[in-house]
Design a protein around this ligand. Structure first.
Ligand code: CP3
Length: 339
C-alpha cells in the first residue's frame, strides 16, 4: 500500500494522497448522515463511524482512510463534558484550571471507555479489506490541554499560558496525565488494527519556540516514544510549526506533517531527508478554480522533487466550503503527475 511505503520512505508507483478531515461536511453523503445523527452519535456508533470514514474512500482516489472520531473524545472519560454546538466548535465543561481540577481527571482504559473507536477501527479495517490502510489518531497533549483549560477554541490561549508559565508543576501533572491517556489510546487503536497513527498538534502555532520546547515537546515525545515499538508508522502533524520545525521534528515521528506557511522544499531541508514529510497544500486553495488549483498541486510535487517519502496532503483540515470535485481532481492530479 503506497501510503505505508511512503511513510517508510520507500519508492512508490505514485505519490500517496489523503486529506486531513477528509470525512466531513463538504461531502453531500456526510451531510445526509448528519441530518440524522449528531457528531458524537456518529463517533459512538461503530457502523456509522466506519461508514463516514469510507465515504471519501469511495468517492475519491485517496490512499488512506482515517478513523472517524475526534481529538476531543478522550476528555469525556477523563471526566469533562463535551458538546459540539452548531457553528461554534467544541465546548468543554467544566474547564480544567486548578490543582483540584487536574487531580480529578481520570486516566481511563481505552478498551472500556473508548471501545467504540477501537471497534470502528476493526470494522473499517474489515470493510477496506486491504484496499487502503486505516489511520488512527489522537490530539497531542498540548493541543488537548489547551482545549481543556480554555474550554473552547481560543485566540490568545491566555489561561493555558498562565498555567504553563505560572504554575509549571501543575502544568506538568496535567500534561503527564494526557501523555499517558494518549499513549494508551493510540496503542489501543494500533492493537485494534490501525496501520498508522497520527498525532495532531493543531495549536502548536500558539507557542513560541521556548514554550514548545519546554512545555509541549517533552510530552509529545513521551507519546511518540511509547509507540515506537508498535511496528506501525507514526505521523506527527503540527500547524504553525515553521518557527521551530527542527524542535518539532525532534519530538519524533516517522512522518512530519507541515502546514502551508512554509514551502515544502524548505521544510524538508530543515527536517532532513531522513524523515518522510506530509503536506502541504493550503486548504483555502481547494476553493480556487481548476487551473490555479492545479498549479498549486504541481508546485508542491515539484518541491518534493520525486524523493521517496512525500505524502501529499493539505496544510490543515479541509474546509467545509470545498467543492468535492476539487478533492477528486487533486487526488487524480497527484497520482498522474507523480507516476
Ligand atoms: O475524516 C476525518 O478526518 C474525520 C475525523 C476527524 C474529526 N475531527 C471529526 C469531526 C478528525 C481527524 C478530527 C480532528 C480534530 N478535531 C482536530 C485536529 C485536526 C485539525 O483540524 O486541526 C481538531 C482541532 C478537532 C476539534 C474539533 N472538532 C473542532 C475544532 C471542531 C469544530 C470545527 C468544525 O469544523 O465545525 C470539531 C468538529 C468535528 N470533528 C467535525 C468533524 C467531521 C465537524 C463536522 C460536524 O459537526 O459534523
Amino acid at each position: 500500500m503506497r501510503f505505508l511505503e511512503a511513510c517508510r520512505r520507500r519508492r512508490t508507483d505514485a505519490t500517496p494522497v489523503w486529506f486531513m478531515r477528509q470525512a466531513g461536511r463538504y461531502m453531500p453523503e456526510y451531510r445526509r448522515l448528519r441530518e440524522k445523527y449528531g457528531l458524537l452519535e456518529l463517533c459512538e456508533r461503530p457502523a456509522l463511524a466506519a461508514e463516514a470514514a469510507l465515504q471519501p474512500v469511495r468517492a475519491f482516489e485517496v490512499d488512506a482512510a482515517i478513523v472517524f472520531a475526534d481529538i476531543l473524545l478522550p476528555v469525556r472519560p477523563m471526566g469533562v463534558g463535551l458538546r459540539f454546538a452548531q457553528g461554534e466548535g467544541p465546548a468543554l465543561s467544566p474547564p480544567v484550571r486548578t490543582d483540584k481540577d487536574v487531580k480529578a481527571l481520570r486516566v481511563f482504559d481505552p478498551q472500556e471507555d473508548l471501545g467504540f473507536v477501537l471497534e470502528a477501527v476493526r470494522l473499517l479495517r474489515k470493510e477496506l479489506d486491504g484496499k487502503v490502510p486505516v489511520i488512527g489518531f489522537a490530539g497531542a497533549p498540548f493541543t488537548v490541554a489547551a482545549y481543556l483549560i480554555e474550554g473552547r477554541p481560543s485566540r490568545d490561549f491566555r489561561r493555558t499560558k498562565m498555567m504553563m508559565r505560572g504554575a509549571p508543576a501543575l502544568w506538568d501533572r496535567l500534561m503527564s496525565k494526557l501523555a499517558k491517556v494518549t499513549s494508551d489510546y493510540l496503542k489501543g487503536q494500533i492493537r485494534a488494527g490501525a496501520q498508522a497513527v497520527q498525532l495532531f498538534e493543531s495549536w502548536a502555532g500558539a507557542l513560541t519556540r521556548q514554550e514548545y520546547v519546554r512545555h509541549a515537546a517533552p510530552y509529545s515525545r513521551e507519546v511518540l516514544g511509547a509507540l515506537s515499538g508498535m511496528g506501525v508508522p507514526v505521523l506527527h502533524f503540527g500547524a504553525g510549526t515553521a518557527p521551530f520545525l527542527e524542535d518539532f521534528r525532534d519530538a519524533d515521528g516517522d512522518v512530519v506533517g507541515v502546514d502551508e506557511k512554509i514551502p515544502l522544499d524548505e521544510a524538508w531541508r530543515r527536517i532532513g531527508y531522513g524523515r518522510a514529510i506530509q503536506g502541504n497544500l493550503a486548504p483555502q486553495r481547494m476553493l480556487l478554480g481548476r487551473p490555479q488549483l492545479k498549479k498549486a498541486v504541481v508546485d508542491i510535487l515539484r518541491r518534493a522533487e520525486g524523493r521517496p517519502g512525500h505524502i501529499f496532503n493539505l496544510g490543515h483540515g479541509i474546509l467545509p466550503e470545498t467543492p468535492a470535485d476539487n478533492v477528486r481532481a487533486v487526488a487524480e492530479w497527484v497520482h498522474e503527475r507523480s507516476s
